[in-house]
Design a protein around this ligand. Structure first.
Ligand SMILES: Cc1cc2nc3c(=O)[nH]c(=O)nc-3n(C[C@H](O)[C@H](O)[C@H](O)COP(=O)(O)O)c2cc1C
Length: 188
Protein backbone atom coordinates (compact mmCIF):
# COMPACT_ATOMS: atom_id res chain seq x y z
CA UNK A 1 0.00 0.00 0.00
CA UNK A 2 1.28 3.51 -0.90
CA UNK A 3 1.61 6.03 1.92
CA UNK A 4 -1.34 8.51 1.96
CA UNK A 5 -1.43 12.09 3.31
CA UNK A 6 -4.65 13.19 5.06
CA UNK A 7 -5.84 16.63 3.91
CA UNK A 8 -7.90 19.17 5.85
CA UNK A 9 -11.59 19.36 4.80
CA UNK A 10 -11.24 23.04 3.80
CA UNK A 11 -10.89 23.03 0.01
CA UNK A 12 -8.88 26.26 0.14
CA UNK A 13 -5.96 24.40 1.75
CA UNK A 14 -5.81 21.54 -0.78
CA UNK A 15 -2.49 21.23 -2.61
CA UNK A 16 -2.68 19.55 -4.98
CA UNK A 17 -6.42 19.96 -5.37
CA UNK A 18 -7.98 16.57 -6.15
CA UNK A 19 -11.03 18.30 -7.69
CA UNK A 20 -11.06 20.74 -10.57
CA UNK A 21 -13.77 23.08 -11.80
CA UNK A 22 -14.22 24.42 -15.30
CA UNK A 23 -13.79 28.19 -15.41
CA UNK A 24 -16.73 29.96 -17.01
CA UNK A 25 -18.04 33.52 -17.23
CA UNK A 26 -21.62 33.77 -16.06
CA UNK A 27 -23.77 36.62 -17.33
CA UNK A 28 -26.97 37.75 -15.66
CA UNK A 29 -29.19 40.83 -15.81
CA UNK A 30 -29.42 43.42 -13.05
CA UNK A 31 -32.69 45.06 -11.91
CA UNK A 32 -32.03 48.06 -14.19
CA UNK A 33 -31.59 45.81 -17.24
CA UNK A 34 -27.79 46.13 -17.42
CA UNK A 35 -25.63 43.00 -17.60
CA UNK A 36 -23.42 41.50 -14.88
CA UNK A 37 -20.41 39.29 -15.51
CA UNK A 38 -18.59 37.06 -13.01
CA UNK A 39 -16.17 34.14 -13.28
CA UNK A 40 -17.31 30.88 -11.66
CA UNK A 41 -15.77 27.43 -11.46
CA UNK A 42 -18.13 25.42 -9.29
CA UNK A 43 -20.16 24.22 -12.22
CA UNK A 44 -21.08 20.89 -13.74
CA UNK A 45 -23.64 19.05 -15.83
CA UNK A 46 -25.98 17.16 -13.49
CA UNK A 47 -28.90 15.69 -15.45
CA UNK A 48 -29.21 14.64 -19.11
CA UNK A 49 -33.03 14.75 -19.55
CA UNK A 50 -33.94 17.49 -18.90
CA UNK A 51 -30.48 19.04 -19.40
CA UNK A 52 -29.70 20.44 -15.95
CA UNK A 53 -26.46 22.03 -14.77
CA UNK A 54 -25.49 23.08 -11.25
CA UNK A 55 -23.70 26.29 -10.31
CA UNK A 56 -22.28 26.88 -6.83
CA UNK A 57 -22.40 30.54 -5.82
CA UNK A 58 -22.30 32.77 -2.78
CA UNK A 59 -25.83 34.05 -2.05
CA UNK A 60 -24.51 37.59 -1.61
CA UNK A 61 -23.05 37.63 -5.12
CA UNK A 62 -24.85 39.60 -7.81
CA UNK A 63 -24.91 36.44 -9.93
CA UNK A 64 -26.99 34.47 -7.41
CA UNK A 65 -29.24 37.42 -6.61
CA UNK A 66 -29.91 38.13 -10.29
CA UNK A 67 -30.63 34.48 -11.08
CA UNK A 68 -33.04 34.19 -8.14
CA UNK A 69 -34.72 37.47 -9.15
CA UNK A 70 -35.20 36.97 -12.89
CA UNK A 71 -34.45 33.25 -13.37
CA UNK A 72 -32.09 33.45 -16.35
CA UNK A 73 -28.33 33.18 -16.86
CA UNK A 74 -25.79 32.36 -19.54
CA UNK A 75 -22.72 30.21 -18.93
CA UNK A 76 -20.04 31.47 -21.33
CA UNK A 77 -17.05 29.21 -21.94
CA UNK A 78 -13.75 31.10 -22.37
CA UNK A 79 -10.48 29.86 -23.82
CA UNK A 80 -7.15 30.25 -22.03
CA UNK A 81 -6.48 33.58 -23.77
CA UNK A 82 -9.04 35.19 -21.42
CA UNK A 83 -7.35 34.01 -18.21
CA UNK A 84 -5.92 37.41 -17.24
CA UNK A 85 -9.28 39.07 -17.95
CA UNK A 86 -11.04 36.45 -15.81
CA UNK A 87 -8.85 36.97 -12.74
CA UNK A 88 -8.96 40.74 -13.22
CA UNK A 89 -12.76 40.77 -13.63
CA UNK A 90 -13.73 39.18 -10.32
CA UNK A 91 -12.14 42.03 -8.37
CA UNK A 92 -13.82 44.83 -10.32
CA UNK A 93 -16.48 46.78 -8.41
CA UNK A 94 -20.16 46.65 -9.33
CA UNK A 95 -21.94 47.62 -11.47
CA UNK A 96 -19.88 45.23 -13.62
CA UNK A 97 -21.42 44.92 -17.07
CA UNK A 98 -19.72 42.77 -19.71
CA UNK A 99 -18.16 45.89 -21.28
CA UNK A 100 -16.46 46.81 -17.97
CA UNK A 101 -14.07 43.87 -18.34
CA UNK A 102 -13.33 44.74 -21.98
CA UNK A 103 -15.54 42.03 -23.50
CA UNK A 104 -18.40 42.27 -25.99
CA UNK A 105 -22.02 41.39 -25.12
CA UNK A 106 -24.07 39.84 -27.93
CA UNK A 107 -27.74 38.78 -27.70
CA UNK A 108 -28.52 35.28 -26.48
CA UNK A 109 -30.87 33.07 -28.50
CA UNK A 110 -33.51 32.36 -25.83
CA UNK A 111 -32.77 34.34 -22.66
CA UNK A 112 -32.26 37.96 -21.69
CA UNK A 113 -28.67 37.88 -20.30
CA UNK A 114 -26.11 38.35 -23.10
CA UNK A 115 -23.62 35.91 -24.54
CA UNK A 116 -19.99 37.06 -24.61
CA UNK A 117 -18.62 37.25 -28.13
CA UNK A 118 -15.01 36.49 -27.14
CA UNK A 119 -16.06 33.20 -25.47
CA UNK A 120 -16.09 29.95 -27.45
CA UNK A 121 -19.40 28.48 -26.32
CA UNK A 122 -22.53 29.49 -24.49
CA UNK A 123 -25.12 27.61 -22.44
CA UNK A 124 -28.32 29.57 -21.95
CA UNK A 125 -30.12 28.55 -18.77
CA UNK A 126 -33.43 29.02 -16.99
CA UNK A 127 -33.33 28.67 -13.19
CA UNK A 128 -35.07 25.54 -11.94
CA UNK A 129 -34.46 25.24 -8.19
CA UNK A 130 -31.80 25.74 -5.54
CA UNK A 131 -30.32 24.21 -2.40
CA UNK A 132 -28.80 26.54 0.21
CA UNK A 133 -26.04 25.91 2.73
CA UNK A 134 -25.60 29.02 4.88
CA UNK A 135 -24.24 31.78 2.65
CA UNK A 136 -23.80 29.46 -0.32
CA UNK A 137 -26.29 28.15 -2.80
CA UNK A 138 -26.38 25.48 -5.49
CA UNK A 139 -28.39 26.86 -8.39
CA UNK A 140 -29.86 24.28 -10.75
CA UNK A 141 -30.56 25.60 -14.22
CA UNK A 142 -32.16 23.98 -17.24
CA UNK A 143 -30.17 24.52 -20.42
CA UNK A 144 -32.50 25.93 -23.10
CA UNK A 145 -30.00 26.79 -25.84
CA UNK A 146 -26.37 25.94 -26.62
CA UNK A 147 -24.11 27.62 -29.19
CA UNK A 148 -20.46 27.20 -30.17
CA UNK A 149 -18.20 29.28 -32.46
CA UNK A 150 -18.68 28.08 -36.04
CA UNK A 151 -14.93 28.36 -36.70
CA UNK A 152 -14.37 25.72 -33.98
CA UNK A 153 -17.12 23.40 -35.21
CA UNK A 154 -15.74 23.66 -38.76
CA UNK A 155 -12.13 23.02 -37.74
CA UNK A 156 -10.61 19.97 -39.37
CA UNK A 157 -8.17 19.58 -36.47
CA UNK A 158 -8.91 18.66 -32.84
CA UNK A 159 -11.80 20.89 -31.72
CA UNK A 160 -10.60 20.76 -28.10
CA UNK A 161 -7.21 22.14 -29.17
CA UNK A 162 -9.20 25.09 -30.56
CA UNK A 163 -11.34 25.52 -27.45
CA UNK A 164 -8.39 25.54 -24.99
CA UNK A 165 -10.78 25.48 -22.01
CA UNK A 166 -9.46 26.27 -18.54
CA UNK A 167 -10.13 24.82 -15.11
CA UNK A 168 -9.57 26.15 -11.61
CA UNK A 169 -7.14 24.07 -9.55
CA UNK A 170 -6.28 26.20 -6.50
CA UNK A 171 -5.69 29.87 -5.68
CA UNK A 172 -4.39 31.65 -8.81
CA UNK A 173 -3.66 28.28 -10.41
CA UNK A 174 -5.40 26.83 -13.44
CA UNK A 175 -5.11 23.99 -15.93
CA UNK A 176 -5.68 24.00 -19.68
CA UNK A 177 -7.29 21.33 -21.87
CA UNK A 178 -4.77 21.45 -24.74
CA UNK A 179 -5.91 18.43 -26.74
CA UNK A 180 -8.27 15.46 -26.64
CA UNK A 181 -7.28 11.81 -26.50
CA UNK A 182 -9.58 9.32 -28.15
CA UNK A 183 -9.90 5.65 -27.20
CA UNK A 184 -8.98 3.18 -29.94
CA UNK A 185 -12.31 1.38 -29.47
CA UNK A 186 -14.87 4.18 -29.78
CA UNK A 187 -17.89 2.39 -28.32
CA UNK A 188 -17.96 4.03 -24.87
C1 LIG B 1 -11.37 31.62 -11.54
C2 LIG B 1 -12.44 32.03 -10.56
C3 LIG B 1 -13.44 31.15 -10.24
C4 LIG B 1 -14.45 31.51 -9.33
N1 LIG B 1 -15.45 30.62 -9.04
C5 LIG B 1 -16.46 30.99 -8.20
C6 LIG B 1 -17.52 30.08 -7.96
O1 LIG B 1 -17.60 28.98 -8.52
N2 LIG B 1 -18.50 30.48 -7.10
C7 LIG B 1 -18.47 31.71 -6.49
O2 LIG B 1 -19.40 32.02 -5.71
N3 LIG B 1 -17.47 32.58 -6.71
C8 LIG B 1 -16.47 32.26 -7.56
N4 LIG B 1 -15.44 33.12 -7.81
C9 LIG B 1 -15.46 34.44 -7.16
C10 LIG B 1 -16.40 35.40 -7.87
O3 LIG B 1 -16.15 35.47 -9.25
C11 LIG B 1 -16.23 36.83 -7.32
O4 LIG B 1 -16.51 36.86 -5.94
C12 LIG B 1 -17.08 37.82 -8.08
O5 LIG B 1 -16.73 39.14 -7.71
C13 LIG B 1 -18.57 37.62 -7.83
O6 LIG B 1 -19.24 38.49 -8.72
P1 LIG B 1 -20.80 38.69 -8.70
O7 LIG B 1 -21.17 39.33 -7.35
O8 LIG B 1 -21.05 39.62 -9.83
O9 LIG B 1 -21.44 37.35 -8.88
C14 LIG B 1 -14.43 32.79 -8.71
C15 LIG B 1 -13.40 33.68 -9.04
C16 LIG B 1 -12.41 33.31 -9.96
C17 LIG B 1 -11.32 34.29 -10.32
Amino acid sequence: MKEKVDFDLDKRTWHPSPLLGQIVLVTTVNKDGSSNIAPKSWISMMVLKPPILALGCNLKHHTAQNILANREFVVNVPGVELTQTIWHSHKLPHPRPVEAVGLTPIPAVKVQPPRIDECKAHLECVFDQCVSYGDEVILLGQIVAVSVDKSICDAAADVYAQMRMVCFLENATYGIIEYANRLETANT
